[in-house]
Structure formats: structure tokens, C-alpha cells
Write a protein that binds this ligand. Structure first.
Ligand SMILES: C[S@@+](CC[C@H](N)C(=O)[O-])C[C@H]1O[C@@H](n2cnc3c(N)ncnc32)[C@H](O)[C@@H]1O
Length: 435
């Protein structure tokens, strides 16, 4: 290998595993320039960087204080349903495609704008979007889906089904005579299934929530005859570069400042300059993060193992009496049954107690958490049994998946399952320490 190639290879390896600035990249320069022209003031001096731990993300050249405004993006820079419906194609499309979803409209808008290339006024933003699909489990093919762990399979099939239904609705509404105004290409060759999948995944992983009443008020038009949901999603340039942390606390809102609307993020955490600044996408456990955003966190204090009442009852062939059933039902004790690294959820403790002590008056003890030591011992022992069983299931599922794994999606799921097994082992060691 020549010296130049060796140097290049070294640089590529370095870039892959180290933090480095993206400020000199053409996409970042164009994004920031256009946003400044349209009124964005980068008061917190945010910069884009590649971080070894998360990929592209945001930091600042200044220290960021607790309760400081991080970013204020003018409303005109947001891509909402309102912008999308200004385009003739989408306007015609939603009239034929009755009661579309906001996500479908934004996804189709992204495809059309991307297709326009240089002619798109959103090019500065589109160029910052990844071309590659994120690792969303529901983008796997049918063969892989059928080898998924059963719980993930159910979620993934439902999400895939949602997207397929959305695609069918859009596909059916494209008139075969419609052509693209910029190049004359038939629109059904521009809005293809692959393009829609990309747009849909972009909106899924990057859109923010905005108050729908404000969108409707600013648009001055009711969208309810076209939309089956509320216009509560928007794509927000630069703001969609922040990565998620379960430790981050953030206030996000559309606010009117000096007579103009802005989407603002205020951080309730402090950050040192050059450190990655995180936001929160919501109080999500790892399964939710993995299914909706295609990643999971190695330390997520919101992570837990979820159970259903039926699952718990079936493990020990428990048959509940009428009295137990009606108590559980009336107090909703069949919901929110989970175990995390520090213990059992309130409802799971209560459920075990009702199962293990069928003949006493439960309410007083449950609601004062007045359990005795031997009650806890029984609960933790039952918890250990169901957690061990879940671990064995996962080991079996991992073995199955490893025998069919071919795509990057399946490999991502293998990584997720391995992490899940490790997480279960942490829970087991907690339970063992209490028994
Ligand atoms: C809103 S975007 C954030 C910016 C994104 N990293 C980028 O380069 O465009 C959301 C996506 O970022 C990635 N992401 C967000 N938080 C992450 C984290 N803590 N670790 C790894 N990836 C993360 C996931 O791929 C997710 O779908």
C-alpha cells in the first residue's frame, strides 16, 4: 500500500472511531448559511460533530448552563403539513387520498423535494438527511421478521403493516397521468415504494411534535377533512441533529417571540463546551428506542422487562379465583407489570401479593406498601422465575436468529438481543441479592 493510501486509510479509521468536527463539511456550511438567511440566530453557538459513541450530533463552543435556551428555530424553517400542502402535487394527492396521515404527507413531501434536486428550496436541509435507512427492525424482510423474537416480531409486523397501509393509500391516489413539473417524469416513477420507505423512516426518526392548534391557526384552514390525525409533526432543520439520552431533560415548544413563532428547546441540564449536547425524545425504554429510532442505550435507567397478566399466569399455570380477577381488574393491576434493575413495579408487587395471599384483605397492605419480609421473598423468587424464563427464551431466539441473519437489520436485532440478555443478567443478580 502506498503512503497516500495508508494515510487516507488511517484518517478514515481515525474518523470512524473519534470525535471530529463536521463544520467544514459542505452540507453543514449550506445548512447554517440558509438558516441564518431565514432568521436563525445561533446564539448558543452550536456546532455539528461526529461523535464516536453516537455518530453525528451537536455540541457547543460555549459552556451551556442549566435552563438555557439551546435553539430557537423560526417557524418558516419548519416543514409542516402546511408547507407540504402548498405544493400542487400534494394538494391534488390528498384530495384523492381521503384522510391521509401527517407522516405520509411529510414523507411524500421529502421524496418530491429530494427529486427536485437543485430546484428545491429545501435542498439545504435535504442534503443533511442520511441516504441510508436507519436500522428500524420493521424494515426487515418477511423471512427475517419471522425469525424475530416473538415480542419484537409483533411490534415490527404492526409497524410494517402501518407503513404498507400508508403506502397503498398514497400509491392508489397517484394519477398515472401526473408528471413531475421539473422533468416530466411520471410521478408514479418518482414516488416509489423504496422512496416512500426512506421518507417514512426519515419522518419517523426525525420529526418533532408541534402543537396542532397553532399549525391550524397559522394556516388559517381546517385540515380535518383531509387528515385522519392532527397536523402535529414537523421536520426541523438542525434541531433534528440532536441525539437522545435518557438523562436529558428538555423543554420543547412552539412559542411566539417578538411577533414571530419559533420552535424552541431549553435544556434543563448543563453541558461543558465541546461536550455532546443531548435532548430527550421521550421517556422511552430500549425496546421503544430500538423500534422507533433504530438504536438503544447501553445504560438506560428507564429500561425494564415488561410482562402481561396472561404471561405471568401461564408461567406457573395459575388459575385466578373470581375474587382475585375482579380485584386485579378493578384496580388495573394487570397493566404496568415490569421489572427493572432496582426492583418490581408497584403493580407487579401487588399482583404477586394477590396471587400468593389469596385469602386476605389486600388493599390496606398493597396501598401502604406494608409488605413483610417473607412477602418480598416470595415476590422476588417469583420474579426470578419469570425473568430466568425470559432469558432462556432470548437465548433460544438469539440462536435462531443467528442461523438466518443476513442483513444489517437482523444483525442489529442480534446486537439488541445480546444487550437484552446482559440486562436480564443484571436484574437476576439484583433479585438474587434479595433472596
Ligand atoms: C433525530 S436524529 C439525530 C441525528 C442523527 N444522529 C443524524 O446524524 O442525523 C435520530 C437518529 O439519531 C440516532 N441516534 C439518536 N440518539 C442516539 C444515541 N444516543 N445513540 C446512537 N444513535 C442515536 C438514531 O439513528 C436516530 O434514529
Amino acid at each position: 500500500m502506498g503512503r497516500t493510501r495508508r494515510k487516507r486509510k488511517l484518517r478514515a479509521t481515525h474518523e470512524r472511531c473519534c470525535n471530529f468536527s463536521l463544520e467544514s463539511h459542505q452540507e453543514t456550511i449550506c445548512l447554517k448559511k440558509r438558516m441564518h438567511e431565514l432568521g436563525w440566530e445561533n446564539r448558543s453557538q452550536l456546532v455539528l460533530k461526529n461523535f464516536a459513541s453516537t455518530g453525528r450530533g451537536v455540541s457547543s463552543v460555549l459552556n451551556i448552563k442549566h435552563n438555557q435556551s439551546l435553539i430557537e428555530v423560526p417557524y418558516e424553517l419548519l416543514i409542516t403539513c402546511a408547507n407540504a400542502l402548498e405544493t400542487e402535487v400534494l394538494n391534488n394527492l390528498i384530495k384523492r387520498c381521503k384522510r391521509t396521515k401527517v407522516q405520509d404527507i411529510l414523507a411524500t413531501f421529502l421524496i418530491l423535494e429530494k427529486h427536485k434536486g437543485e430546484k428545491s428550496k429545501w435542498k439545504f436541509y435535504l442534503d443533511t438527511l442520511p441516504d441510508e435507512l436507519p436500522f428500524l427492525p420493521w424494515l426487515s424482510n418477511e423471512t427475517e421478521l419471522s425469525a424475530f423474537p416473538s415480542h419484537l416480531m409483533k411490534i415490527a409486523k404492526k409497524r410494517k403493516w402501518d407503513m404498507d397501509v400508508s403506502w397503498e393509500r398514497i400509491e392508489k391516489s397517484i394519477n398515472s397521468n401526473w408528471t413531475c413539473f421539473c422533468c416530466g417524469e411520471p410521478l408514479n416513477r418518482v414516488i416509489t415504494f423504496n422512496a416512500f420507505t426512506w421518507g417514512y423512516a426519515m419522518v419517523n426518526t426525525r420529526a418533532v411534535y408541534i402543537q396542532p392548534d397553532i399549525v391550524i391557526e397559522l394556516l388559517g384552514k381546517d385540515l380535518s377533512s383531509y387528515l385522519s390525525d392532527e397536523p402535529c409533526l414537523a421536520l426541523c432543520p438542525f434541531l433534528d441533529m440532536f441525539n437522545h439520552s435518557s438523562e436529558a431533560n428538555i423543554k420543547a415548544e412552539l412559542t411566539c417571540m417578538d411577533e414571530s413563532w419559533k420552535y424552541t428547546l431549553t435544556t434543563l441540564n448543563a453541558y461543558k463546551k465541546h461536550q455532546q449536547i443531548y435532548i430527550s425524545y421521550g421517556s422511552h425504554d430500549n425496546e421503544k428506542l430500538f423500534c422507533e429510532y433504530g438504536f438503544f442505550l447501553s445504560h438506560n435507567h428507564l429500561d425494564h422487562i415488561q410482562y402481561s397478566l396472561e404471561e405471568i399466569a401461564s408461567i406457573d399455570n395459575i388459575s385466578l379465583s373470581m375474587k382475585q380477577r375482579s380485584f386485579i381488574q378493578s384496580r388495573c393491576l394487570g397493566d404496568e407489570l415490569y421489572i427493572y434493575t432496582k426492583g418490581l413495579s408497584f403493580n407487579l408487587k401487588a399482583l404477586f401479593f394477590v396471587i400468593q395471599k389469596p385469602d386476605i384483605e389486600w388493599s390496606r397492605i398493597i396501598y401502604s406498601e406494608g409488605y413483610e419480609n417473607h412477602d418480598y421473598l416470595l415476590m422476588y423468587t417469583s420474579a426470578r422465575d419469570i425473568v430466568t424464563l425470559r432469558k432462556l427464551h432470548h437465548i433460544e431466539e438469539l440462536r435462531n436468529l443467528e442461523s438466518v441473519a443476513i442483513s444489517k437489520y437482523a444483525l442489529a436485532i442480534i446486537g439488541f438481543l445480546k444487550h437484552r440478555i446482559h440486562f436480564i443478567e443484571q436484574i437476576l443478580s439484583f433479585l438474587n441479592s434479595r433472596i
